[in-house]
Design a protein around this ligand. Sequence first.
Ligand code: ACO
Length: 328
Amino acid sequence: MKYVAGITGIGISLPERVLTNFELEKMVETSDEWITTRTGIKERRIASIDIAASDLSTQAAIEALSMAKIKPEEIDLIIVCTVTPDMMFPATAAIVQNNIGAVNAAGFDLSAGCSGFIYGVTVANQFIKTGLYKNILVIGCDILSRITNFNDRNTCVLFGDGAGAVVISRTEDEGIINQYIKVDGSGGAYLTLPAGGSRTPASFDTMEKGLNYTHMDGAEVFKFAVKAMPDAVNHILENTGLNILDINYLIPHQANIRIIESAVKRLHFPMDRVGISIDKYGNMSSASIPVALYEVYKDKKIKKNDKIVLVGFGAGLTYGALLIKWLI
Ligand code: ACO
């Protein structure tokens, strides 16, 4: 028996608080002009201190379940893709499972940086294809403001908070057509949260040195990203025999508009068929791709049976792409 999977519901959750470039001008030595021209970001969302990853994940999951017309008890597995879990354990997926009453589900968190959502959907697809599960929630959620040093202008202008969730179900028509995921650990040092793990536990010393915040070599990550994203998309095209212009819409990870433009140019793909939400939300790590997908769907830029490529890169350094047929 051949089983196939597709996205049957999608939902998002974004904190209400908007942090503008003009506010950042008052916090670090930067300008709206610099941030806009160098990154494409105008504003981002910041979660209030009482909100954790499981809260945004739960809200996004409830919307996705409602669109898919799936009851929580029908969910077999919850995968929360995040680098900012509520805590190291229990997994944020376990907290979401309890919040939504998914009494029959398994659950785990998946750490693949900003490629988390691409990895999560890929994993979910395998569980459906084997016939083991019928309905899986994949959630991309990050509260990057909690690991961002708001005194460091190199990073604090880039990041924001949010969540996006999809229901992946066993479907008649194949919705998740192809995937390609990779990791290149040789570049791992370019994007790290140095302290708080077993190598360097959190201490007064790590706090003083700012090691509990994101550290990034922006130029190296930039160089990696502009090659990795086209590489991942080209693998998908090779795997499926499709031409880039057969793709109706491209949803890239939203880290920097210049990275997106450069990757899209290398792919010879038209910018007017690329999902962009970085101006409003900045880089929300694993939430960026599902939120951008949600918005192009709500704006009616994609329609049923469209072929869509999702592509991302992130800490690891990870990267990957997915080819989906839109079934909603
Ligand atoms: N405001 C003003 N000036 C700034 C700011 C700022 N916010 N940030 C850096 N600068 C300065 C730098 O200090 C540097 O000054 P110098 O020349 O005197 O040293 C100058 O601007 C130019 O710096 P560059 O690094 O050359 O700037 P660039 O145009 O490359 O942009 C950026 C920097 C935006 C960080 C870019 O490299 C980038 O987007 N890199 C990729 C980041 C990324 O994708 N991260 C992914 C995270 S994925 C995840 O898993 C979370």
